[in-house]
Design a binder for this molecule. Structure first.
Ligand SMILES: [Zn+2]
Length: 269
């Protein structure tokens, strides 16, 4: 491993969000008991503090949502020193009034994925609290970073589907009827794995399309999603940068320190 400062803050960039630093960053290759992460981790600076950046899908979008090495990604960040993570992602909207260009800071998620490993603890009776899946302190920092160019929602329920296909119109209408606002393919198990490793974690979602239940035309097409994400990428990255800068503590907050009174079967990295 080359020499670099230990980053306590990290950003995991989603579809279309493959780099973060304007200045030069050091790429750190980290191996984990779960294999290699999606890409080398870039360590750069935001307002004088070291920050890690990992492109969730790989540098060239090599990984689909259902094949992502989620456990390796979170483990590698923690091993580098990371304790707090912002997770920007592209989402479909289940509400007609939250169109493309809306940014939402989810406060709840619903897991509709299947077959993805979603824990580090296959033994030892470890059951983390997940009632509130996102770190309140990081959510507050993201909300504070709001941009004039993007329409900001301060709470949302995000349903995470298995993918890689988009939802049918009936599925989409059913999700909306539950009162869920956003649909995505990568928010789980990322959030729970961060919690298991006692890292603060907040998703920040950029709406790229109206989901199939709302869309009157051909339904959701990947090409439109990527084009829309690209259109708002500059103000969205700026928002994430301001959120990172707004975080005052670089330690896990008390609420996300879930193993305080538990003896773990192994040490966290
Ligand atoms: Zn926290």
């Amino acid at each position: 491993m080359s020499s670099h400062p230990r980053p306590a803050l990290a950003v995991i960039g989603g579809s279309g969000f493959y780099d973060f630093f304007d200045n030069e960053a050091t790429i750190v290759e980290v191996d984990t008991p779960y294999g290699a992460p999606s890409a080398g981790i870039a360590v750069g600076e935001v307002e004088g503090r070291p920050v890690a950046f990992l492109p969730r899908h790989g540098k060239n979008h090599e990984f689909a949502p259902h094949t992502l090495p989620y456990r390796a990604n979170l483990w590698a960040l923690r091993a580098l020193g990371v304790r707090r993570i912002f997770a920007p992602c592209a989402v479909g909207s289940l509400r007609a009034d939250w169109g493309p260009g809306t940014v939402a800071v989810p406060d709840q998620l619903v897991d509709r994925t299947s077959g993805r490993p979603q824990t580090y603890f296959d033994g030892g009776g470890i059951h983390v609290s997940f009632a509130d899946p996102y770190c309140e302190e990081l959510r507050a920092a993201a909300i504070k970073a709001e941009s004039d160019e993007l329409h900001m929602m301060h709470a949302a329920t995000m349903v995470v589907v298995e993918g890689p296909r988009f939802s049918t119109r009936a599925e989409s209408r059913w999700f909306a009827a539950q009162g869920w606002e956003l649909v995505n393919m990568t928010g789980h198990p990322e959030a729970v794995l961060a919690r298991e490793l006692e890292m603060c974690y907040a998703a920040v979602a950029l709406v790229t399309d109206l989901d199939a239940g709302l869309e009157e035309g051909e339904g959701v097409r990947a090409v439109d999603v990527f084009a829309e994400f690209k259109r708002n990428l500059v103000p969205f990255k700026e928002l994430i940068r301001r959120a990172v800068a707004a975080v005052d503590s670089t330690e896990t907050c008390d609420k996300c320190r879930v193993h305080a009174e538990v003896s773990l079967p192994f040490e966290l990295p």
